[in-house]
Every structure is written in C-alpha cells, then in structure tokens.
Design a protein around this ligand. Structure first.
Ligand SMILES: Nc1ncnc2c1ncn2[C@@H]1O[C@H](COP(=O)(O)OP(=O)(O)OP(=O)(O)O)[C@@H](O)[C@H]1O
Ligand SMILES: [Mg+2]
Length: 246
C-alpha cells in the first residue's frame, strides 16, 4: 500500500461568478521513503496540491488517503494531531514567527503540541548544526537573511521527526552552495530515516535529486519521470520543461 495516494483530487476556488480550477482530478501515489519533486509553471496548482496533501485545506472533490485512510473521514482533532506529529511543512514564504528566536521557531511544532523545548534542546541544536545556523540560535527572523530564514523553516520541518515532509521551494532563496547542502540533506534524511519528501521546485537542478518528478500544468499532471540511477539528468528535465513550456 502506498503511504499517500489521491483519487481524482480536485480543488476549485469560487471568485464571485468565476470558478478557478486549481487542481483537476489528480491521481498520485507516493511510497514511503520516496522523494518526489513537483514542477510546473506559476499558478499550475503546486502549492494547492501540497496544502491539500498536508490536510491544511479541503478538496472540492476527490480523496486523499494516508496509509489507506481517507483524510475526509478523519475527525478534526485527529487530523490536527496527524499534521503536528507526522507531517513537516516547509512553506513557500517560511511562515516564521517574528517575535520568536531561531530555537523557538524551530521548536514551534513541539510547543504547539504541548511539549517543552527543554527536553528537545539537543535535538534542536543538532538540526541547527545540520542547516548551518548553530551561531544564529538566539536571533529573531528580522535579524536573519532570507536564506537563513529558509534554513530555519527547513530545520523546523524536521523537528518532530515527521513521516512526510512537504516542501514548497525549499531552496528558492539559497545560493547554489547552500542549496546543494540542503538538497543533499533532504535526500539523506529521505534515505536514512525513510522520510517521504514531496518538494515543489522551479529548479531543474533541485528536482534532479528526486526519485520521481511530476509535471503539473493548469492543475493537471501532464508528465512524470522516474529516475533509474542515482540522479535524474538535469538536461533531461530542462528538455521536458522546454517541451511542456514550463
Ligand atoms: N485562495 C485562493 N482563492 C482563489 N484562487 C486561488 C487561491 N489560491 C490559489 N488560487 C488559484 O489557484 C491556482 C493555483 O495556485 P497555486 O498557488 O497552487 O499555484 P502554484 O503552482 O503554487 O504557483 P507559484 O509557482 O506561483 O507558487 C492559481 O490560478 C491561483 O490563482
Ligand atoms: Mg506556489
């Protein structure tokens, strides 16, 4: 059984008289420990798909199954618990809390879950080291660069040892060295801890780290490729993007 699968997943937004179809009948299946990249033009539905997969928003129709269980049948408190304990989010715009320090922002999912940061000091320190922010532990977000804030968001996504990490452009604001380090980190956690990663990206180099790349256009899956070796060739991805006019 796949860890996560969707059946005709559809999301429409009603804007006055106009209906915007953000996702149209998406059928997607992700195995535990898989690393999936989602590519597509701006407005193609990538963020919408991540939000639905993480239970942050409800589909208009269709269903999402997690370990075979339909999310729509889960009670609200069950879904909330699932989000807090099993899923890590890296949002497109980081969503850091300005009044909290780096340590507190990283620990936020634990705080919200009613746990004390005191018990997790070492774990948080380890995560900060992994993302290269050990000497920014007591800074506030406005004292950090964009790329550093992004790395805080990445550390935060892993703080609850999630089964699934949903990442929206996790390397969008990083220079190529920091980006490579983060992608390597995502790939390693995916393989070592069987963490399932679903990552939205515009960048063919970032997508090349995934096991599978899904191309979205106008809310539909228009193409998929699977890697057969260690990495998907960046040239292949660029050729497909050009062909699909992404
Ligand atoms: N809350 C909303 N209300 C109305 N329309 C929305 C809403 N959120 C998204 N949309 C529309 O749904 C479509 C998909 O949006 P989405 O944010 O998923 O795109 P995206 O692929 O993530 O784009 P980008 O690469 O620019 O982040 C767009 O046409 C957008 O205008
Ligand atoms: Mg988006």
């Amino acid at each position: 059984m796949p860890l996560l699968h969707t059946e005709d997943l559809t999301k429409e937004y009603q804007m006055g008289e106009v209906t915007v179809t953000a996702l149209q009948k998406i059928n997607l299946s992700v195995e535990s420990g898989g690393f999936v990249a989602i590519m597509g033009p701006s407005g193609s539905g990538k963020s919408t798909l991540l939000h639905l997969l993480g239970g942050l928003d409800n589909p208009t129709s269709g269903e999402i199954y997690l370990n075979g269980e339909p999310l729509s049948k889960m009670a609200d408190d069950e879904l909330t618990k699932l989000r807090r304990r099993k899923i890590g989010f890296i949002f497109q715009f980081y969503n850091l809390i300005p009044t909290l320090t780096t340590i507190e922002n990283v620990g936020l999912p634990l705080l919200i879950d009613g746990q004390s940061l005191q018990h997790h000091r070492e774990h948080i320190a380890q995560l900060l080291k992994l993302v290269g922010l050990e000497n920014r532990a007591n800074h506030h977000p406005d004292q950090l660069s964009g790329g550093q804030q992004q790395r805080v968001a990445i550390a935060r996504a892993f703080v609850n040892n999630p089964e699934i990490v949903l990442a929206d452009e996790p390397t969008g604001n990083l220079d190529s060295n920091a980006g490579t380090a983060i992608l390597g980190l995502l790939k390693r956690t995916c393989k070592e801890f069987q963490t399932t990663i679903i990552m939205v990206t515009h960048d063919a180099r970032a997508a090349s780290y995934a096991d599978r790349v899904i191309f979205l256009k106008d809310g539909q899956i228009v193409h998929q490729i699977q890697n057969n070796g260690d990495r998907i060739a960046v040239d292949n991805l660029m050729a497909i993007m050009a062909h699909l006019e992404i």
